[in-house]
Design a protein around this ligand. Structure first.
Ligand SMILES: [Zn+2]
Length: 376
């Protein structure tokens, strides 16, 4: 996820905070603060506000534990997690590959709600040990904190069990459909359909509540629905993509007549004579007879115009050793995943030390369009 702050590493996994998280942290702190103010004004502002901030921070820790549980179970099943990002609606553990079997999907999915439920029960147990009793209003600041954390984690567990893919519950549903149908694509499509239906219910219910006078709470439910709808649609189209690209290799769709340019050419010449004239978007840069890197409009945009005559392609190119390469027989789906991870639009296709061509996102789009047209 973009625009997030890196917090550090836990068990070798990058942990980040998306900016939207701060809005929620602020909302939680404010709402807890005013809640405590209303019920226990006698605690005094200092206690109330430090309690609210501490509670919001601990909530963040429990969310992190939820995501970490996904990542650690994924690891025991041979899947690595690149990063965990916390954002407004919870967290995402970016597991690098899709699970290859239904059992892995099931275990990775269910451990999240399970962890939240365990954490919720533990918090309520701590409150109980401190003298709080079920059903009674919290009397001390510590009761209030543990009771709130307890219930919110139980709610989190319940919310995540909603069977709308890509929520945890949707993943669990998908794994069960996968197991019963033996076909991951069919399972994902069905789970995504359920996800869309649930999302629409959320939106309808939220709007209904909003006009019924629930105000912000109603809009919030509708917003969660909208988020779920986006996510379900995205996963459905990623399945369509996987299906469309099944068995297609890089060599089937790559561009092999790459324009190779000398590394000593200056950027101005390059823009005028090649970039603007040819309509291509990716050029290979050669130095001393060897492929040295790639240059695309992206690299040129980074450079201020007055400097164009004084910089060479070798200065601005993306060096080959910093780019992932694929081979002619790499599955196209895998190449797309690499582009996504590296946030680039093209990859050089290399066999041995020889550059065979370039595969771009545009190649993939063209291929899928042609296929779709032929099918009609
Ligand atoms: Zn989860």
């Amino acid at each position: 996820m973009h625009s997030s702050i890196r917090l550090g590493r836990l068990f070798g996994i990058e942990v980040g905070l998306h900016y939207s998280w701060f809005i929620i942290a602020l909302l939680i702190t404010m709402s807890l603060g005013s809640q405590f103010q209303a019920s226990h004004a006698e605690w005094g502002s200092t206690v109330i506000w430090s309690l609210s901030i501490l509670t919001a921070l601990l909530f963040f820790v429990t969310l992190l534990a939820h995501e970490l549980s996904h990542a650690l179970v994924a690891r025991t099943r041979g899947l690595t997690t690149k990063a965990i990002t916390l954002f407004a609606l919870g967290g995402v553990a970016q597991i690098e590959k899709e699970p290859e079997d239904a059992k892995t999907e099931f275990l990775v999915g269910i451990v999240g709600p399970f962890s939240s439920a365990v954490i919720g029960c533990l918090c309520l147990a701590v409150a109980w040990a401190l003298g709080w009793r079920m059903g009674a209003a919290p009397e001390t600041p510590l009761h209030a904190m543990f009771v709130w954390l307890g219930y919110i984690n139980l709610m989190l567990a319940a919310f995540n069990m909603i069977p709308g893919y890509p929520l945890d519950g949707g993943r669990i549903l998908r794994s069960i459909l996968w197991l019963s149908s033996g076909n991951v694509q069919v399972a994902t499509r069905r789970a995504a359909t359920v996800g869309k239906a649930i999302a629409l219910l959320f939106i309808a219910f939220g709007i209904f509540r909003f006009f019924g006078g629930a105000g912000f709470g109603g809009l919030w439910i509708a917003f969660i629905g909208w988020f779920l709808l986006q996510a379900a649609t995205a996963s459905a189209s990623s399945v369509a993509l996987t299906e469309g690209l099944k068995g297609v290799q890089v060599r089937d769709i790559m561009t092999s007549d790459c324009v190779t340019l000398d590394g000593n050419m200056n950027v101005e010449q390059f823009v005028e004579n090649y970039l603007l004239k040819s309509g291509r978007r990716c050029f290979v840069v050669q130095q001393n007879g060897e492929i040295a890197g790639l240059v695309t409009p992206h690299e040129i945009k980074e450079l201020e115009r007055p400097r164009w005559p004084y910089m060479t392609l070798a200065d601005v190119m993306r060096p080959l050793d910093q780019i992932h390469t694929v081979t002619p027989v790499t599955p196209v789906m895998e190449a797309l995943e690499t582009m996504g991870r590296d946030d680039v639009n093209q990859l050089p296709v290399v066999s041995g030390s020889h550059l065979d061509g370039i595969i771009t996102r545009a190649n993939v789009v063209q291929f899928l369009q042609t296929r779709a047209e032929l099918r009609h």
